[in-house]
Design a protein around this ligand. Structure first.
Ligand code: URA
Length: 248
C-alpha cells in the first residue's frame, strides 16, 4: 500500500495532507525517510515525528443520512456533515454522495480500495431511490425512465432502470449508475420535479431499523457482499443485534 494511503488508513490525515507530511520529511518507514512513492509492507514500522504509528482497522459504517446534512468531510458554509454525524474512531469517509436534502442509506469507510471500486459504474451496485414528485407521472413517463433517458448536458443515455410506482406520485427507481444528481435530473428530463428523495438501499444494505441520523457498523458478511458482487449480493440483508448509534 502506498505510504499516503497507509497514513490515511491509520487515521493520521487525508491522503493529500499525508503527502505534505511525507514531503516535510516527518514520516519514516523502518527508520528511513518515507517518499511519495514508498510502498508499505505489513511488517514495516511507520513513524510520524519519531512516534511509531499503528495501522487502523478497516471500518465500514452505514448511516441513515438525514436531510440538511452535506456529504463531505467539511463544509465551507458550516453546514453539518455526514462525517460529523458518525462518531467513529476510524477516519471513515462517504462512498459517493447524496444531495443535502436527500435522505437514506450512505456507506462510509476508510477502505479506499473498496470505496474506489464501489464508485465505479461497472461495479453495478444497485441503488434504490424512492422519489416523491410534485405531480403524478404517467405510465408512459415511467416506461421512458426505465428505458433510459438523455440527461441535460450529458452525452450518453442513462442505463436501463427498474421503475415502480408505489402510489400516485411516489416512484421507486433502481439504478446502478451514480451520475451527479442523477435521479433528480432523470425526472427533470421527463418534465417532473422531485419533492423528496430517499435512498432506501445501497447494494445489499438498507436503512431498516435505523432512524435518520443513526448509524451502525456493517456485519463482516455484509462487507463480503459488497466486495464480491454476485446476483445473490442483491439480496437485501441486515442481521439483527448490532450496536446502533442514535442520532447525535
Ligand atoms: N440522485 C439525486 O438526484 N440526488 C441524490 O442525492 C442521489 C441521487
Amino acid at each position: 500500500m502506498r505510504l499516503n494511503a497507509w497514513l490515511a488508513r491509520a487515521g493520521v490525515a487525508s491522503r493529500r495532507k499525508s503527502d505534505e507530511l511525507i514531503k516535510e520529511g516527518r514520516v519514516t518507514v523502518n527508520g528511513a525517510p518515507g517518499q511519495l512513492n514508498t510502498v508499505v509492507q505489513p511488517t514495516d514500522e511507520v513513524s510520524l515525528d519519531g512516534a511509531p504509528l499503528q495501522k487502523q482497522q478497516l471500518a465500514y459504517v452505514l448511516l441513515h443520512k438525514p436531510a440538511g446534512v452535506v456529504t463531505t468531510a467539511s463544509d465551507p458554509q458550516g453546514r453539518p456533515t455526514v462525517v460529523g454525524l458518525v462518531d467513529h474512531p476510524a477516519r471513515v469517509v462517504p462512498v459517493g454522495r447524496l444531495d443535502a436534502d436527500t435522505t437514506g442509506a450512505l456507506l462510509l469507510t476508510n477502505d479506499g480500495d473498496l470505496a474506489h471500486r464501489l464508485a465505479h459504474p461497472k461495479y453495478e451496485v444497485d441503488k434504490v431511490y424512492v422519489a416523491e414528485l410534485w405531480a403524478q407521472p404517467t405510465d408512459g413517463i415511467l416506461r421512458k425512465l426505465a428505458d433510459g433517458v438523455r440527461l441535460p448536458d450529458d452525452e450518453t443515455k442513462t442505463a436501463r432502470a427498474q421503475v415502480r410506482r408505489i402510489s400516485g406520485s411516489v416512484v421507486e427507481l433502481t439504478i446502478h449508475e451514480g451520475r451527479n444528481r442523477q435521479v433528480k435530473r432523470m425526472f427533470e428530463s421527463v418534465g417532473h420535479r422531485v419533492k423528496r428523495l430517499h435512498r432506501s438501499s445501497y447494494g445489499p444494505l438498507n436503512v431498516e431499523g435505523l432512524e435518520p441520523g443513526a448509524w451502525r457498523e456493517l456485519e463482516p458478511s455484509e462487507v463480503e457482499l459488497l466486495r464480491v458482487p454476485t446476483p445473490d449480493s442483491r439480496e437485501r440483508v441486515r442481521e439483527p443485534g448490532r450496536a446502533r448509534h442514535r442520532p447525535a
